[in-house]
Design a protein around this ligand. Structure first.
Ligand SMILES: Nc1ncnc2c1ncn2[C@@H]1O[C@H](COP(=O)(O)OP(=O)(O)O)[C@@H](O)[C@H]1O
Ligand SMILES: [Mg+2]
Length: 303
């Protein structure tokens, strides 16, 4: 039986494919923090390009150091207050009652100062998804002002996000460094998929040709999104198992790609319909006229 859990987002593979440069950037960043400098790193890139998995991988190594502690927070299901509470609990221990934010900030700073040579790395993933993220960042900034050796890693999809979400005053205090994750090309996607499929099934249950075709499609049409690649692969695996094939072939992949291609096109048209109705109207007329070339001729040339 295959262990499909390995395709889930929270699974961290033992080996990360490529992303050498990005890992080095995060490592150097943490090394500076360990030396006693407070720093902020903004990691950005399109969805599914390994931002979370690579960061977590580096942080796991960081946690193995003496007196080093990483705290990972995912903003999409946290409020500023709950996020602060998670940090509070790690540093100060659990408490039934949650003190108000200013008290938590002060207590975290006080406890940190008591710990010798302690370094913490706080990661706020998908930070643009948190309502009122600025107030959370102010709190972290205030803790940073009492205690050195805090690294703050902010992850999102765009470089501009941090500037847009925080005021100039806070931005000039945070002074973030940036690390971009560019989309994967088809070769990288192939390696990532191959590793994960072998992990799940013990062998490559898809023909090399079929997997290459799928990876080309994802690289060209889906911004090199590895998460999307896994989803399409799992769809194909379902179809293949329904058809009782023991290996996913090119035909199945072509079917999946065609269906997905249509879906992507429809989504793009829906988007145009919403955001640029006039443009959509033009497209509709062009589509109609394709079947009525005589009309085009009579109106434009003959008219
Ligand atoms: N370089 C890589 N090596 C191995 N797996 C990867 C790599 N990059 C991405 N993945 C896998 O692809 C999926 C999406 O990656 P993730 O880090 O969640 O993307 P992001 O955070 O950029 O949206 C995850 O299952 C992850 O394990
Ligand atoms: Mg992520």
């Amino acid at each position: 039986m295959a262990t499909l859990d390995v395709f889930a987002d929270n699974y961290i593979p033992e080996v990360i494919i490529d992303r050498e440069k990005e890992r080095e950037t995060i490592k150097y960043f943490l090394q500076d923090v360990l030396k006693g400098v407070n720093k902020v790193l903004c990691i950005y890139g399109k969805p599914g390009v390994g931002k979370t998995v690579v960061t977590k991988h580096v942080l796991n190594q960081f946690d193995e150091l003496e007196n080093a502690c990483s705290i990972y927070l995912c903003a999409s299901h946290l409020t500023p207050n709950l996020a602060l509470k998670e940090i509070y609990e790690v540093i100060c221990g659990e408490e039934k009652r949650r003190p108000p934010s200013p008290l938590m900030v002060r207590e975290i700073g006080r406890r940190l100062l008591k710990k010798r040579n302690y370094t913490i790395a706080i990661t706020l993933d998908n930070f643009d998804k948190m309502n009122g993220v600025e107030s959370f960042l102010w709190n972290i900034n205030n803790i940073m002002e009492t205690f050195p050796r805090i690294g703050l890693i902010l992850i999102s999809t765009s470089e501009a996000e941090i500037r847009g979400l925080v005021g100039r005053r806070l931005f000039s205090r945070l002074r973030p460094e940036y690390c971009e994750f560019k989309p994967y090309n088809a070769d990288r996607l192939y390696e990532i998929a191959e590793q994960r499929i072998k992990q799940a099934y013990g062998r490559l249950v898809i023909s090399e040709e079929a997997l290459s075709t799928l990876c080309e499609f994802v690289a060209n049409e889906c911004d090199g999104n590895a998460r999307y690649l896994f989803k399409l692969f799992l769809n194909s695996a379902d179809i293949a198992s329904r058809n009782q094939e023991n290996k996913i072939g090119l035909k199945t992949i072509e079917e999946v790609i065609e269906e997905e291609g249509e879906f992507i096109l429809k989504s793009k048209l829906d988007e145009i319909k919403k955001s640029a109705p006039r443009m959509y109207e033009v497209l509709r007329i062009i589509a109609e006229l394709q079947n009525k070339q005589e009309v085009v001729y009579t109106v434009i040339v003959g008219g």
